[in-house]
Write a protein that binds this ligand. Structure first.
Ligand code: PEP
Length: 241
C-alpha cells in the first residue's frame, strides 16, 4: 500500500478544513494517509481521526521562541510525523543542512518520525549534481544518528524544480534517483529505506508515476488541499494494491 502524505502548506482557510476532514473521512482505508496541515489546524485533524504530521519544527526546545513550533509541544498533542528539510523552508527560512540535522535529532528523541525532504534545484540538475546534492543532504541530515534511529527516517525525494510547477521528471529519472538513495541506505545501514516522491503529483500523472519501481508513496503539496483531486489520487493508488 502506498503511503500518501499531504503537505497542505498554508492553502486552506478554516471552513475549507472542515469540508476537507468530512470528505476525507468518507474514505474507508485511511491507514496509509497522513496529512500535514497548517499548524493551527493540527488538533482538528487529530480529533477528526486522521493521521497527522506537521510541516516544519523548531530546532529550539520549548521556551522563549516567539512564533516557533517546538517538537516537545507537537509531541504533547499527539503529532507523530514531521516534514523536515522541505525546500521551501530551506529557501525561505535559510535552513541549513546542520539545522535539518538538529531538527531530526530532536524529532527522534521525541518519538516523532521525520520525513526528510531532499532534492536538487534546476541549476544543480543541469550541472549533473543531482546525486551529489541529494546524498550530501541525506548524510548531513543524519549525522550523529545510530543505525537503529536512521531506520525510522522516511525520505521524500522532491526535485525543487518540480514543486508547484507542474513539471515532473521522467519515470526513468525518478527511478534512478530513488535507486541511488535506496542503495545508499542498503550499503551503509543494511536496510530498505522508505522513499517517497514529491513534486507536482496530481490525478492526471499519478497512473504514470505508479509505474515507477521502488517508490513507497508520495508527498503531495497543492493537490492535497483540493479534496476532490486528493481523493482521486488516493483511489488511483489504492486500485494498485
Ligand atoms: C511539496 O511542497 O512538498 C510538493 C510536493 O508540492 P506540489 O505537489 O505542489 O508540487
Amino acid at each position: 500500500m502506498k503511503l500518501i502524505v499531504g503537505n497542505q502548506k498554508s492553502y486552506l482557510n478554516s471552513d475549507a478544513v472542515d469540508i476537507f476532514i468530512d470528505n476525507l473521512n468518507t474514505i474507508q482505508k485511511k491507514d496509509n494517509i497522513l496529512i500535514c496541515p497548517s499548524s493551527i489546524y493540527i488538533e482538528r485533524f487529530i480529533q477528526g481521526d486522521i493521521r497527522t504530521g506537521c510541516q516544519n519544527v523548531s530546532k529550539n526546545k520549548n521556551g522563549g521562541y516567539t512564533g516557533e513550533l517546538a517538537v516537545e509541544q507537537l509531541k504533547s498533542i499527539g503529532v507523530s510525523f514531521a516534514l523536515v528539510g522541505h525546500s521551501e523552508v530551506r529557501k525561505n527560512f535559510h535552513e541549513t543542512i546542520e539545522d535539518t540535522n538538529i531538527k531530526i535529532l530532536k524529532l527522534i528523541a521525541n518519538d516523532i518520525v521525520p520525513i526528510l525532504c531532499v532534492g536538487e534545484t534546476d541549476e544543480e540538475r543541469e550541472n549533473n549534481e543531482t546525486i551529489d546534492v541529494i546524498l550530501r543532504q541525506i548524510q548531513g541530515a543524519l549525522e550523529g544518528l545510530s543505525t537503529y534511529d536512521i531506520k525510522k527516517v522516511i525520505i521524500a525525494y522532491e526535485p525543487v524544480w518540480a514543486i508547484g510547477t507542474g513539471n515532473v521528471p521522467s519515470n526513468e529519472d525518478i527511478e534512478e534517483v530513488v535507486a541511488t538513495i535506496s542503495d545508499f541506505f542498503f550499503d551503509n545501514y543494511q536496510f530498505k529505506a522508505i522513499i517517497l516522491y514529491g513534486g507536482s503529483v496530481n490525478p492526471n500523472n499519478i497512473d504514470t508515476l505508479n509505474e515507477i519501481k521502488g517508490i513507497d508513496g508520495y508527498l503531495i503539496g497543492g493537490a492535497s488541499s483540493k479534496i476532490d483531486e486528493f481523493i482521486e489520487i488516493i483511489n488511483k493508488c489504492q486500485k494498485e494494491d
